[in-house]
Design a protein around this ligand. Structure first.
Ligand SMILES: Nc1nc2c(ncn2[C@@H]2O[C@H](COP(=O)(O)OP(=O)(O)OP(=O)(O)O)[C@@H](O)[C@H]2O)c(=O)[nH]1
Ligand SMILES: [Mg+2]
Length: 216
């Protein structure tokens, strides 16, 4: 089909995305999802630093550090001559139970701070789920030292499969001796699983390659 013909058939909003595809600069809005503390923000920071020299947000060993979704637009990624322009959305950790007592007992927080954090974390879960309506693909970050068949992973994956959203699973924290990326690969053979260490950057190029392959 001639270019003029194609342009005439499309609404103006679609033209940019079509031109982008023709010239190999695809555009995708990618949500980084997963349970609290899996390393989502650490990974988002690495992607944003590697490709835009910027930072996304604070990472912390206390769960529910990210309680509002954060977005960085126009991250230009290229791998093996293929280009992809990403909007990255770092989402709050999705949990099935949020109890302020856990912050008091396990992280020595003041009761009022813990209650505020629990309330914001609950709102964060709702916000993360809402963002599913507005993304083109997902990086699902799992902690490779924990059981992959937890309720959060299984629920998120079920939701993504129903929406037919492409997903890449990042099996994170493989720098830790107790990690088992093979367990994650065996658990989810229907999806690409890339073992990484977001903190050290180990195998991160493999993740970028898999992102370009699956999200282009
Ligand atoms: N050993 C190791 N620790 C990691 C790695 N990635 C992240 N962490 C640590 O795990 C903790 C949680 O990291 P975050 O990036 O805040 O995790 P998150 O998924 O964004 O957490 P929430 O925002 O609370 O949902 C921090 O202490 C990080 O330093 C990794 O690859 N290896
Ligand atoms: Mg976070």
């Amino acid at each position: 089909m001639a270019i003029g013909q194609k342009l005439k058939q499309n609404a103006p909003g679609e033209i940019f995305s079509w031109i982008s595809q023709v010239f190999g600069k695809e555009q995708a809005k990618i949500g980084i999802y997963g349970p609290p503390n899996a390393g989502k923000t650490t990974l988002a920071n690495r992607i944003v630093r590697d490709w835009a020299g910027d930072v996304m947000g604070a990472a912390s060993e206390v769960p529910h550090e990210t309680r509002r979704a954060r977005r960085k637009a126009n991250i230009q990624m290229s791998q093996d001559g293929k280009g992809l322009t990403l909007d990255i959305v770092d989402t709050p950790g999705i949990a099935t139970k949020i109890d302020f007592n856990d912050f008091v007992e396990e992280h020595e927080m003041e009761e009022n701070d813990a209650k505020d954090r629990a309330k914001e974390a609950t709102e964060g879960v709702v916000e993360a789920i809402r963002w599913l309506d507005d993304v083109d693909g997902i990086i699902l970050v799992m902690d490779a030292t924990t059981d992959p068949f937890n309720q959060v992973n299984v629920t998120i994956l079920g939701n993504l499969e129903a929406r037919r959203l492409p997903v890449v699973i990042a099996a994170n924290k493989i720098d830790l001796p107790e990690s088992s990326p093979a367990t994650l690969k065996n658990a989810f053979p229907q999806h690409p699983v890339v073992p990484i260490s977001a903190i050290s950057g180990y195998n991160i190029d493999q993740l970028y390659e898999t992102m370009v392959e699956n999200f282009s």
